[in-house]
Each structure stands twice: as structure tokens, then as C-alpha cells.
Design a protein around this ligand. Sequence first.
Ligand SMILES: [Zn+2]
Length: 262
Amino acid sequence: MHLFDIVRSRAHWERLPAAKKKIHRVAAESRSNSQPTTIGNCFGRLSILLALVWLSFCFQAVPVSGQDKAHRIKKIEARVQRLQADPACRDDVYGLIVVKQALASIKEGSGGIGACLVDETTGKVIAMGRNRQYKPWFRSDLHAEMDLLTRYEDWMRKKGGRETAKDLRAGPHLILVSSVEPCPMCLTRIINAGIKKMVYVIPDETGGMVSRMDQLPPFWKKRALRCNYRQAACSPEIQQIANDLFNFSMRTWGLKKKMEAQ
Ligand SMILES: [Zn+2]
């Protein structure tokens, strides 16, 4: 509208009687309430529609469906199958064994952590374990290291014990290998089992206890004095897989909880 027209219509409005002004106001309100279709409105609706389409794509990208989980497992399984132990990394052979156990845990629906027990004198793996916390039913004690030690101790008992029939504690020649730094529960079990040597593929900065040994109760700290627990010397590829397997389950659990909370 031209400035002259604006001034003229304003002057015209001022001259109108109050009754007519009221009629114009009611008519204007009625027009605005009826929301006639304009280019602006169309554009607004189109924007909302596009935003909804974009959001639907975003939600599809979140890995929560069973089908998507199966696809992610296949991808990580293919990576594990391609892994080779690097002779330059002295713990790679056992690192590979425990990540394979961690993969088996994921496939079963539990946490992505694996463990094994090695006889240092022969280099042979004498027991294997993995996280079985969620399948076939919930067992809060069945972390990978706990599962491993329970299986080993049961096996020793069936065998009739090793050195003595009464105390089945492991000898100094055993090395426990875990794909992730043990938590407080597992660490005290490892100490109690008499395992003097233990290595883990990746540290767990928020849940690991080996890096916090100085915070153990005095009794356990004393018992762990002659123990050698450290991070394994594994290749970056094996460390990466161990990390991805560990976070795979954590992320799935976190997403599940988030979805349930909504
Ligand atoms: Zn644990």
C-alpha cells in the first residue's frame, strides 16, 4: 500500500462514527479467526510437514529395533572375524579370545565382556567365561570374570581339586584375561580366588577398580599386595573391538531405559 493511501484511509477511519468503527472491528476479528489460506500459511504448513518428515528419518536412525540390533551385531561380528593377533603385541592372542567371548555375550543378549583363564606354564586357555547377566534370566553376579571363576572352581571340584581337596584357590601360574577392566565386585573375587596375575584389554574409566586399588578396604588391599594386575599389551584393533563390544551393550541398555521412561 502506498503511503498516501495509508494516510487517506487513516483519515477516513478517524471520521467514521463509533458504531461503524465497531462493525468494522467485529468484521476484522471474524476474518482473522477464519484464517483464510494465504501463501504464508501454506509455507508454514509445508515447513511443519517437512520438519515431521525429517524427524521421522532421525528416529529411524536411532538403533533401537531388533532388526537394527541384529544388523549391528553382524557388522561387529564381521570385524571380529577379520581380526588377527599381532605377534608384536604379547597379549593379542588372549585379547582375541576374550573379545570373541564378548561377542558371544552380545549375541546372547548380555553385556559385551569376555574373560579367560590361562595356564602360564603351558600358555593354554583352561577356562572361558562371558557376561551372562541378562540371559537366560537376570543374574546380577554373572559378570564375565565371575562366570569364569565359578566355572573354573566348579570344574576343579568335579576334578577332585588340584593341590588340596579343601582349598580350590588358584595357583600362582594362572593369568586371568578380561576384555574390560574388572569392576569392584569382580576384582575382589579375583583377589579372593588367589589369582595373582590379571590383564584387561581396555580400561573402564567410570566402573573399573584396578585403577583404584588404593581405595580397597585394608584387608583386600593387603591381600592384593603381591598381585600383578595391569592393562594388556594388545593391538589398537583389538582394543577398539573390545571397546565397541563393551559400549554396544551399555548403549543398548541405556536406549532401552530411555525408551521405557518416555
Ligand atoms: Zn564385574
